[in-house]
Design a protein around this ligand. Structure first.
Ligand code: RM4
Ligand code: MN
Ligand code: MN
Length: 439
């Protein structure tokens, strides 16, 4: 009865498994035709197609609770309506995405935007939707109403010990909330930095941050991972305390084995070779997490793979290569989308992102690694590049669609979402003006 009331109070299942099968029906013929062609080509190259499909189907990328509503810029926000007003609504939205694409079975929470209230009911809802909470993210980049001390001049790096302590306690609270919902990862992104030369003592700010992070780490259960995310600029424009992977890495080294670097694709200056950073961190066994998004200039938070699909492929090429290399002792990487949607329907944007991620991953799986290693060893530059291009230019869309279909999802998740008029239904249920917590 409790469950029944819960699903009535919150968004009811708008697309059932059964309905997904019905929506797949008219697409099946064309799909089979395209799939058999793609599979035949791969068979001829000696690829085990079903094993490849299983790998694609197993790949899961978490959805951040803060990306389900409309984002904004400092100039404006254009909400599309029907946004999730509660954590329960957010779970329902991610459940819907996952039913469609079977590849986003976890949610990342941001505290205090998503403080769990009725834990038992939330757990029930998560089970019902087949979801887990993968990570909790602390927020010391905004002052909350009831918060006694301000983070205007920093949090974990602050000159005032009382402010550092408040920020440490907030992170420990995040861990406690996460434990209630069986999460095992704390993600720390610090907005700490300076806007003007001379404002902050670089070495002391670093050391205070390292000490604060060590205190949080001490309070963390031993089976948890702390992910330390870097960002070169924004919200501060002269310097950030953790601006780059080297700083994150050095902090992890100082803190302990369960501290890992988190790479957010938008947190690099233009033209940074991100795939090389990924390779380096894998080599050190310190790549713990990934935030996917699309970036032209900085933390643009656009749809993953929208502008630089080749770069996304090269990144996955490193990840796949690292996973296959027995010499790489990196723990499993936590994958998440970290995006903000100002132009598109957030749910459509997320479906597109997941599709682009799976596509890049599938292409990376197709790289002929033995041939590539051979070309690299013999310095055959042209051949090495052609091997990568060969995989990148393969049309893997029928394979991605088939992997999702075999898991019970939609052959065309965005078409299914539109066909069912999900946004219109959400607006009817939640109203035009409902706003999600988040950025
Ligand atoms: C930051 C960073 C964090 C995210 C916040 C909202 O730029 O990417 O991961 O939690 O934005
Ligand atoms: Mn991020
Ligand atoms: Mn960001």
């Amino acid at each position: 009865m409790g469950l029944f009331l819960l699903s009535c109070r919150h968004t009811p299942r708008m697309i059932t498994d059964q309905r997904i099968q019905e929506l797949n029906q008219p697409l099946l013929n064309d799909h089979q035709f395209r799939l058999s062609y793609a599979a035949e080509l791969l068979n001829r190259q000696g690829v085990n197609v079903q094993a490849l499909l299983n790998q694609i189907a197993a790949f899961q990328v978490a959805i951040p609770s803060w990306a389900l509503g409309t984002g904004g810029t400092r100039f404006g926000r254009y909400p599309g309506g029907g946004e999730p007003g509660s954590l329960e609504d957010k779970i329902a939205d991610v459940g819907l995405l996952n039913r469609l694409n079977r590849s986003s079975n976890a949610i990342s929470l941001h505290i205090p935007w998503d403080i769990p209230k009725d834990v038992a009911a939330l757990k029930q809802l998560l089970t019902q939707e087949g979801l887990t909470i993968d990570s909790v993210n602390s927020n010391t980049f905004q002052d909350q109403k009831e918060q006694p001390l301000s983070y205007k001049f920093g949090s974990l790096c602050h000159t005032d010990e009382a402010i550092r302590e408040q920020a440490i306690q907030h992170n420990i609270e995040c861990i406690q909330y996460g434990r209630q919902l069986d999460a095992q990862t704390l993600t720390v992104w610090l907005a700490d930095g300076a806007n003007f030369p001379g404002q902050q003592h670089f070495r002391r700010a670093y050391q205070r941050t390292a000490d604060s992070l060590a205190a949080i780490y001490e309070a963390m259960p031993t089976d948890w991972t702390m992910l330390i995310e870097y960002k070169p600029y924004e919200p501060f424009f002269y310097s950030m305390v953790i601006p780059d992977w080297g700083t994150s890495y050095s902090l992890c080294q100082a803190i302990g084995q369960n501290a890992q670097v988190l790479v957010d694709l938008g947190h690099h200056l233009p033209n940074t070779n991100i795939e090389q950073i990924v390779g380096r961190l894998l080599h050190f066994g310190r790549l713990g997490g990934f935030h996917f998004n699309g970036s032209m200039y900085g933390d643009d938070d656009l749809t993953t793979g929208s502008t630089k699909p080749f770069q996304l492929f090269l990144i996955f090429n490193e990840l796949v290569d690292g996973a296959l290399d027995g010499a790489v002792k990196n723990p499993p990487v936590a994958y998440m989308i970290d995006a903000s949607h100002n132009t598109k329907d957030p749910l459509e944007d997320l479906l597109q992102s997941v599709q682009n991620i799976l596509t890049a991953y599938a292409k990376a799986l197709l790289v002929d690694r033995a041939a590539l290693a051979d070309a690299q060893e013999s310095n055959d530059v042209v051949r090495a590049e052609e091997i990568l291009k060969d995989a990148f230019l393969t049309d893997v869309r029928p394979l991605v669609a088939e992997a999702i279909r075999q898991s019970g999802g939609a052959l065309d998740p965005i078409a299914a979402y539109r066909r069912e008029g999900v946004r219109t239904q959400l607006i009817q249920q939640r109203g035009k003006l409902s706003l999600a917590t988040g950025l």
